[in-house]
Design a protein around this ligand. Sequence first.
Ligand SMILES: [Zn+2]
Length: 299
Amino acid sequence: MTALLGLDIGATKILGVVASPRGEVLASLRVASPTGGEPVVAAAAEVVAKLRASVGAPTSGGVIGVGIPGLVDMAHGTVRHAVNLGVADGFPFGERLAAATGARVVLDNDANAAALGTAALLGVADLGYLSLGTGLAAALVLDGTLRRGSRNAAGEIGHIPIDPAGPRCECGQVGCLETVASGSAIAALWPGDGRPAAQALFDAAASGSAAAVAVRDRFAARVADAVRLVALTVDPAVVVLGGGVAQVGERLRVAVAHALAEQAAASPFLRSLDLPGRLRLAPSELPVAALGAALLGAR
Ligand SMILES: [Zn+2]
């Protein structure tokens, strides 16, 4: 059996898995992320070496799939805007990792990898994956295939302006969806007290704080807007809530499903689409992005 190797490279950790072609995780390893292009490559190569040893795989050859934050140029194996990792724009990440591991490297955006991994785990060929992290982006698996777009911008719905009176977004536009539907949007409205702001907010709402309930429900309504946007654009079988904010778990899905039902109350058209019933939470107990990266390498 061919074992597949996948790496999920994030600002805080590098998570590597060995997976079977059917999507079972055979081995996994997690290390802290260093900063800078060369150190990240070195740390990733070490994870690969240890994973190969753990499953008795050859010390070179094969394919390694990598999910990484930022705008990925798949053809050149480079990434831009991977700011939190300290990887410079244009750094030949794919080429360096290939040289360090003796493998072919397939580099893609981390949300795309997570979408592919989630599709495999949920057993669906058609999904919209909402990555609710610092920002907001959607990744699209349509009929089993990732839709990246002609400029790799498919699913960048976080930068659709929805409020002309809203704040200026980092992208330069005004009132983008991610300014009200992302982890940063919550952090601007609710103190995290050292914990992730989403966790603090949902805990406070659960313990009965009226202020927290109001902020949570407003946030859930804006995430529901994002779900509706994806659903009405490409009509996937399911829409998945993922990313750091989804760590609050089922409570997030319930709040967003409730908001979707409210939005559909006056619209027989929306009701007929059953968006609350098509909403899922990304599996939190499994490394979906690393698994998706492994599957990416298999294609
Ligand atoms: Zn924007």
